[in-house]
Design a protein around this ligand. Sequence first.
Ligand code: PBG
Length: 322
Amino acid sequence: MFPDSRSRRSRSGVRIRKMLTETRLHRDDLVLPLFFDETLSSVRYTDSMPGVPTYPVSDAEKVAERVQAAGVNAVLLFGIPKHKDSEASGAYADDGVVQKVIREFKAHSDVLVIADLCMCEYTDHGHCGVIHNGEINNDWTIGRYGAIAVSLANAGVDMVAPSGMMDGQVSAIRDSLDLGGHNNTSIMAYSAKFCSSFYGPFRDIAHSVPVAGGRETHQMNIANSREAMSEIAMDIEEGADIIMVKPAMPYLDIIREARSRFDVPIAAYQVSGEYAMIKAAAKNGWIDERRVMIESLTSIKRAGADILISYFAEDAIKELEQ
Ligand code: PBG
């Protein structure tokens, strides 16, 4: 009989569509990035990231309680220090901005606390490592990353997320953590982090625009997929517990390819530019923000990501609860 198959049968009502849904977002998939700035005494908003506040450190307790009450399972912390210098010493100070926030979160919530581990918010030149003779000194820098990791772990962090794309960073961090007695601190490695223009609004928030030069000597060429797979393989070999692809939506093919090759958990970061585009279009009335938010997150999970890092996390959780 014509037609031989009728796909529309399976789409004919709400109940059957629900039953046949292949990918389901869950609030525990989501990770909420949070910004704390040591120089602030009240919340600051950034034009290019509507709805994403930067908090003063004194708000940490309140924020920890709020996000826990909102059903957030995990947060990813970023800090903007009072003092920046060429060595990023604020990144590994015992009373550094993120260290203080970690202690507040651990004291006032049981949310999983992940800390971004990089130097670019802490250096006066805005680069992700220590500069020697006009270049980022890779091996010197990863030693410092180890010290940052230990300092974050001493403050009680559950997981560190190295985002600097230095060679050997995961093994240097793993060694330092283990030697420092922190063998239970996990590593979520930004393994396939592309040199993307989608990070623009983040740099407005984090004040981490390099004073001169870009990040193309360490972040990946946007055109490369095979190289992304070898970066991921290296990080797994070096001891990463979770690997990450970043950005997310423009790199769904990379997520899918990683999913088919590797069995470790995969995180994907829906970055600031992805968020800002959706926000801007929605503000103009050109798209439906809630539906596009859910569609974008679903697409990232469908591609193969287990963990979704998104500035929409809190809103998405609200939406999923309806
Ligand atoms: C580096 C870091 C960046 C982001 C996360 N970690 C910025 C960069 O590489 O320039 C970008 C996140 C986003 O755009 O949302 N510490």
